[in-house]
Design a protein around this ligand. Structure first.
Ligand SMILES: Nc1ncnc2c1ncn2[C@@H]1O[C@H](COP(=O)(O)OP(=O)(O)OP(=O)(O)O)[C@@H](O)[C@H]1O
Ligand SMILES: [Mg+2]
Length: 327
């Protein structure tokens, strides 16, 4: 027997010639919050689908809540909850009716006590009879988590739980997720491409890139590995690499599109030299990255994790579109 909530060994998923998840090993201890951090398309959702039995493994094996996902999918499903990145609530139903529907899905007969308790926990009891279409984004998220908790799972999977949320709602949700994990003694496995989110929430983080785990550890351990600052630089005209390399203190130079990423020993010392050798009016944008999970990712892959996060759809617009589509 093991105390690990999840043990994945060499899990792999291919779609035709694309390897979306490439021999991933994971050990997620029971209790606490585990984060899978990676850019768009890294394979985060695919890993959740493999671990929850929604998608079939091409290779490898996974024990989830003590059961082999391939051989005992029903045993696994009874012990896990899932909060999807997409909307799962029925807008025309009230919170209570959504819980009732969830109870049907899960074939729960004795669910009302638990449902009331969850509504109270998430401060939704006063609104339980109102249609979900009248809820704020934060309230919807709370209800989605309540639904996932209804059948008393041991592990909850959350796929990008705060995607597109405004900073205030995001912080509220962070507190809620931490609280749920503690209060209900549940293991939370979440994916994110928000650096601060993984840093703030997770006891352990696996950093994923192109289907592979590139780093694994506590946020502090991971950050301690990077002993450099990164300076990102965008200039009006093209630069040549030797100019940048020649600046004292610059350790590495990489180009990402029209942006240069410089690895420097101490940005405080290098920035003045940079301004001196570049004629400051050519500089369009400059950004200094102190050791963070972002710089861990840059160090390992040469890219930023969150470069695409600005393009992420707005959650509320998304809900509005769903409502419009339903007429
Ligand atoms: N059903 C599918 N058929 C073909 N390719 C797929 C399928 N599902 C995912 N992929 C591909 O697998 C790769 C990983 O996708 P996945 O959705 O797991 O990434 P992700 O890390 O969740 O990204 P995001 O942050 O954008 O949600 C992508 O290249 C994607 O196009
Ligand atoms: Mg995804």
């Amino acid at each position: 027997m093991t105390d690990d909530a999840i043990v994945a060994t060499g899990i792999t998923k291919t779609y035709g010639t694309l390897t979306a998840v490439d021999h991933v090993d994971l050990k997620v201890p029971a209790g606490g919050i585990f984060g899978l951090l990676g850019p768009n398309g890294a394979g985060k959702t695919t890993i959740i689908k493999l671990l929850t039995g929604l998608s079939e493994l091409t290779a490898g094996e996974a024990l989830v809540a003590g059961y082999d996902v391939r051989r005992y999918p029903m045993e696994v499903k009874q012990r896990i909850g899932w909060v999807a990145a997409e909307v799962i609530l029925d807008d025309d139903f009230s919170a209570w009716e959504n819980l009732w529907l969830q109870a049907k899905f899960q074939r729960l007969s004795d669910w009302k006590g638990r449902a009331s308790e969850l509504l109270a926990y998430f401060s939704l009891q006063d609104r339980r009879k109102d249609k979900v279409s009248t809820y704020s984004t934060g309230m919807r998220k709370k209800l989605e988590i309540a639904l996932a908790l209804l059948h008393e799972p041991r592990i909850i999977f959350m796929d990008e739980p705060t995607i597109g949320l405004d900073p205030g709602t995001r912080r509220m949700l962070w507190e809620l997720i931490t609280g749920v994990s503690r209060e209900y003694g549940i293991t939370i496995f979440l994916t994110s491409h928000y650096i601060e989110e993984a840093d703030a929430l997770c006891r352990q983080v696996a950093i994923l890139d192109q289907g592979r785990i590139v780093a694994l550890g506590s946020p502090d351990d991971l950050k301690a590995r990077v002993r450099a600052d990164y300076v990102e630089l965008e200039t009006a005209q093209a630069l040549d690499e030797p100019t940048l390399r020649a600046i004292a203190g610059v350790q590495e130079v990489r180009a990402q599109g029209s942006t240069w990423i410089l690895k420097v020993a101490r940005s405080e010392e290098v920035l003045p030299r940079l301004f001196e050798s570049l004629e400051t009016d050519r500089i369009r944008r400059i950004n200094v990255e102190k050791p963070s999970l972002e710089s861990v990712f840059i160090e390992l892959t040469g890219k930023r994790i969150d470069q695409a996060s600005a393009e992420v759809h707005d959650y509320r617009k998304f809900y509005a579109n769903v409502r419009r589509a339903r007429g």
